[in-house]
Design a protein around this ligand. Structure first.
Ligand code: IMP
Ligand code: MG
Length: 187
């Protein structure tokens, strides 16, 4: 039988914790922008942000539009690759708007730095960053994050949108993968 949780050694963030934290983030964002007249656009970074974004926007009680951007990292696996390329750009203009960028995880921060530079040049009113997870100890790029779901240690995590070799995005919690266990169980 197929094992959709092969190699996962433990849950570090449960479904209940995710739900509660996403609600808090949505309330905070709603409060911070409820008196701001500029248009509000939520930009999800594909593909990892999709579950988080779908839940988060339902907790943001503001009129808003959604858009997506996809950036490629060459190669799959445990390590974040250095090279970042835009493979799907935004559909809408961000000029004069408040742009909330939604990310699954910030590791080195190099991916986000590139995205922030690109969007920043297009004349937005504000660019705000919201990440579900932050691996603070791995940060290389100097970026400021306005909203963080959870700070996590430097371990490879997956689920709730985050992948391992493009799979596991449908796991409803955040789990930790053990490569040896994975290789045994994936047979
Ligand atoms: P950064 O440029 O190093 O911040 O890389 C961020 C990207 O690397 C994220 O958007 C993820 O796609 C990926 N990534 C980094 N750490 C993990 C992890 O622990 N699990 C799954 N993907 C990760
Ligand atoms: Mg990602």
């Amino acid at each position: 039988m197929k094992d959709w949780e092969a190699g996962i050694v433990r849950q570090i963030i449960t479904e209940e914790q995710l739900k509660a934290r996403v609600k808090e983030l949505g309330e905070q964002i709603t409060n911070d922008f409820k008196d701001d007249d500029a248009e509000f656009i939520v930009v999800g970074i594909l593909k990892g942000s999709i579950l988080f974004m779908a839940d988060l926007i339902r907790e943001i009680k503001l009129p808003l539009k959604i858009d997506f951007m996809e950036v490629s990292s060459y190669g799959d696996g445990f390590e974040t690759t250095r090279d970042v390329k835009i493979i799907k750009d935004l559909d809408y203009s961000v000029r004069g708007k408040n742009v909330l960028i939604v990310e699954d995880i910030i590791d080195s921060g190099l991916t986000l730095k590139k995205i922030l530079q690109l969007i920043g040049k297009r004349g937005p009113k504000n660019v705000i960053l919201c990440t579900l997870l932050d691996k603070v100890t791995k940060r290389e790029a100097d970026i400021s994050i306005q909203y963080t779901g959870f700070e996590i240690p430097n371990e490879f995590v997956l689920g709730y949108g985050l992948d391992f070799i493009q799979e596991y995005r449908n796991i409803p919690y955040i789990g930790v993968m053990d490569l040896e266990k994975y290789e045994k169980e994936k047979k």
